[in-house]
Design a protein around this ligand. Structure first.
Ligand SMILES: Cc1ncc(C[n+]2csc(CCOP(=O)(O)OP(=O)(O)O)c2C)c(N)n1
Ligand SMILES: [Mg+2]
Length: 375
């Protein structure tokens, strides 16, 4: 007779310190991520961060640029929500609100000719890699002026000229593309790197093991960035993921691994910049787990009733990446509230213009329906 299995995990993972301010009932899952440098040291071979954005030598221009970009993503998506509610776009969109620091910090560490692969929750990645607001919004509204001539929509925005190899409706669909791009860069003898964004849910797709292993044995210039927002659709990550720390899988694949507080754009930048330098030097791939949280539902039509208002409130009050950076800039005398507000107002105007552009742009003509179809 088969033995009754009582414990879900055969071997308990090492105990983590639980943040005192965590909401009740969330302590099992919402452990405070260790500081990146501690995690890096622990893993032995993970990159050590050494960049201009270190806490005391703050690079003001860079912080302003990261602040502005995060606000741009936030406002763009608030307008996507509005466009959806007004019935101006076909289909759905998965909002990135709350996770902005991951895309912005990571892409700030890349060159324009480096590659990214994105996910179904991809607006933030695309904007952080340099996409234009008007063409993004046009794509979301299915207009010909969009990045994929209105045929891709929210989940398939790509722009090869920016190294954006594409958002992807297939969960885990970026692993093969990003790893292949890294192999291509290596074979062509360039020093380009490739960065793969994916979710905690995607981390359970088998292809991660296959591609991560290839990256390790071929020493590929790739960075795997796991956006652990702690849910895959409506399912809490700990219900479907055997290890509390997804980054622990890195060691098994022979990759360097680091876990990062994903709401801290500077920490994200520092760790990814170190991983990028490592990859460019030919020292191989890195796996970075970013602890983050989405403030909206899985997609625009999801009321997110599977999580508590208290949990959401905690994250919004304590881990809003835009507020965290704004307060830090004020503390260090780089910004004051009125200048931050001016940025918000300017960006709002830019996004409103993009919405108007997209609204007035024509739909693709019917004759184009069969173009760009691979059969
Ligand atoms: C191969 C595949 N399986 C299932 C789905 C349906 N699906 C869409 S999003 C999603 C959850 C993905 O979770 P995660 O990777 O954590 O990303 P998040 O939505 O949290 O950003 C699922 C299961 C899909 N699109 N592709
Ligand atoms: Mg997730």
């Amino acid at each position: 007779m088969a033995k009754k299995v009582t414990a879900r995990r055969a071997k308990p993972v090492a105990k983590k310190k639980v943040t005192a301010a965590l909401p009740e009932g969330a302590s099992k899952r919402k452990t405070k991520p260790p500081r990146a440098k501690t995690a890096a040291r622990r893993s032995g071979k993970a990159p050590r961060a050494k960049t201009a954005a270190k806490s005391n030598g703050l690079d003001a221009d860079m912080l302003w640029s990261m602040y502005r970009k995060m606000v741009q993503i936030r406002k763009f998506e608030e307008h996507v929500w509005d466009v959806y509610i007004r019935g101006l776009m076909p289909g759905l969109a998965h909002l990135y609100i709350g996770e902005e620091a991951v895309a912005v910090g990571a892409c700030a560490a890349l060159r324009e000719d480096d590659y990214i692969t994105s996910t179904h929750r991809g607006h933030g990645h695309c904007l952080a890699k340099g996409a234009r607001l008007d063409r993004m919004m046009a794509e979301i509204m299915g207009k010909e002026a969009g990045y994929c001539r209105g045929k891709g929509g929210s989940m398939h925005i790509a722009d090869m000229s920016l190294g954006n190899l594409g958002a992807n409706g297939i969960v885990g669909g970026g692993f093969g593309v990003a790893t292949g791009a890294a192999l291509s860069a290596k074979m062509r003898g360039t020093d380009q790197v490739s960065l793969c964004f994916f979710g905690d849910g995607a981390a359970n797709q088998g292809i991660l093991l296959e591609t991560g292993n290839m990256a390790a044995i071929w020493n590929l210039p790739v960075i795997y960035v796991c956006e652990n927002n702690q849910y895959g659709e409506h399912t809490p990550s700990d219900k479907v993921t055997g290890s509390e720390r997804i980054v622990d899988r890195a060691e098994a694949m022979g990759l360097a691994g680091v876990r990062v507080e994903g709401a801290d754009v500077m920490e994200v930048y520092e760790v990814v910049a170190a991983a990028v330098s490592r990859a460019r030097r030919g020292d191989g791939a890195t796996f970075v787990e970013m602890m983050t949280y989405r403030f909206r539902g899985h997609h625009v039509g999801d009321a997110a009733t599977y999580r508590t208002a208290k949990e959401l409130k905690w994250w919004m009050e304590n881990r809003d990446p835009i507020n965290l950076l704004g307060e830090r800039m004020i503390k260090h005398g780089i910004a004051d509230r009125s200048r931050l507000e001016r940025v918000d107002e300017q960006v709002e105007e830019e996004v409103v213009e993009a919405v108007e552009f997209a609204r007035n742009a024509p739909l693709p003509p019917a004759e184009q329906a069969r173009e760009d179809v691979y059969a």
